[in-house]
Ligand binder design. Structure first.
Ligand SMILES: CC(C)(COP(=O)(O)OP(=O)(O)OC[C@H]1O[C@@H](n2cnc3c(N)ncnc32)[C@H](O)[C@@H]1OP(=O)(O)O)[C@@H](O)C(=O)NCCC(=O)NCCS
Length: 178
């Protein structure tokens, strides 16, 4: 199946806000109520306030299969990481920085009505890299950050993310943009 990725703003411009909200309100993610709630209730407001950009992954017929969001973020450099990782996160000339800016993959989910064969993690990550690389070209930025539950750490690591920390119930992972 050929997938396309459309920014939420473009989707709203194409179909109108009422139809867009209706389409988003049926997005279902039983395993993660937070990501379900974000796309149903918050994504449009975040888009309008420029707090995040949401991207809809869809079929050529504009059937929405999944979504992810990207936002600007700042991450503290965890004390326990290796010197090499610390250096990589800080980047040239920022030898004593305690925190660094990055791009956050804030939300990411496939609709329950779609399957792994329709849309998988690789597709999400490839699209996210494409947009982050475009932003990087204009304003810099060294890496993507994601927070995820224990069960998803392996999956992110298989997609070139490296775990840097664990806070409360979530793990933090980064992937450098090169
Ligand atoms: C994340 C996602 C897109 C990955 O899709 P995929 O590449 O097709 O991979 P799978 O759906 O097979 O998931 C991989 C594994 O993670 C597990 N998993 C996925 N989401 C999970 C969640 N929210 N909580 C616990 N485990 C989860 C799956 O059960 C599967 O485990 P298994 O390998 O033991 O069978 C998809 O699983 C999804 O949409 N999950 C729900 C949304 C979500 O939790 N998003 C948060 C991302 S930080």
């Amino acid at each position: 199946m050929t997938l396309k990725c459309m920014e939420l703003r473009e989707f709203i411009a194409r179909v109108g806000e009422d139809r867009a909200l209706k389409a988003l309100s049926s997005f279902s993610v039983k395993r993660n109520p937070d990501v379900e709630s974000f796309i149903r209730n918050n994504a449009v407001a975040y888009e309008k306030s420029d707090n995040a950009r949401t991207y809809l992954v869809m079929t050529e017929n504009i059937d929405i299969l999944g979504y992810f969001s990207l936002a600007l973020s700042v991450v503290d450099i965890p004390p326990g990481i290796s010197k090499a990782m610390m250096k990589k996160m800080r980047g040239y000339g920022r030898y004593s920085a305690d925190s660094v800016s990055c791009y956050l993959v804030g939300q990411l989910a496939r609709d329950d009505n779609a399957s792994h064969n329709d849309l998988m993690m690789r597709d999400f990550i490839d699209f996210a890299i494409e947009y982050a690389m475009a932003a990087k070209q204009y304003v810099g930025g060294r890496f993507l950050l994601v927070d995820c539950v224990d069960e998803l750490v392996d999956l992110y690591e298989r997609h070139d993310f490296s775990k840097i920390d664990k806070t409360a119930n979530l793990n933090q992972l980064v992937m450098f943009l090169s």
